[in-house]
Design a binder for this molecule. Sequence first.
Ligand SMILES: [Zn+2]
Length: 298
Amino acid sequence: MTTPDLIRSVTYAAEQPGTKLLIIAAIHGNEKCGTVGCRRVMEDIDSGRLPIIKGQVTFVPIGNPRAYDLDQRYAERNLNRYLVPMANPDCYEARLGNILCPMLEACDVHLAIHSYTVGGEPFIFVAPNDPKEHAFAKALGARTLLTGWEEAYAATGRKTKIAGDEEATGSIEYARRHGAIAVNIECGQHKDPEAPHVAERAIRNALAYLGITAAEVAPKTDAAPTRMVEVKEVHYRDDIGEFPKPWKHLEKVAKGAVIATRANGEPIAAPDEGFIIMPKVDTPIGEEWFYFGVEKRA
Ligand SMILES: [Zn+2]
């Protein structure tokens, strides 16, 4: 159990000034791989096995303690939306936001650690045109960087998650707004036994890449080069449509392949050779259903 009305943060600061890294895990309470990853790395720092030589790192191993105890995404509302300071916080997550926002304002680099619902490989959300952010993301160890998110949402004309919209503000957006490099790693399915290792490796690599520890950035475990996938389409589940098969996240599809069918039988086909992104079989009507993306050539 945690202490639900407290956020525990631990900062390790070296004498020598340098980059300030902020790591937040379990901002969604049922995404616990990052908490394990934080604890493993903190143990190594505490025992002296992994010295902090420059700058500082702050760990928030459990961003949403009450939701963590409930093993739910959130207690009252999604903490990773509308994450802005509120003079009169109107719910539990709003109060947590008032604790987290000043931390996000103060950091130079923010790493948010998440997991997701469907099975598939780890990936990292990045902004489309930020070379510094891309270089940092590539060092973390996941093969796929996913971008184009805000543009794809904007193209739908719907009012969710559009750039600049406070409703869309999560820890990444808030940190970027305050000048930080910020990326979000999705370490795999919520219960994937590999996910804590992915999280731990990302933390160690972030510390090494930023020169906060003297360790080397660990090479990726698979030989495939890093790839950038650009989200092109957001599809909402506007009726009880179905998938023809249980898609995996980042599964490849050929141009013209039927990805899903609407309730009236109307097919939704892939406009190009590309990838299915985060398909959600049982998502409620009106919510995001799946995304389509293509590999972005450098
Ligand atoms: Zn999440």
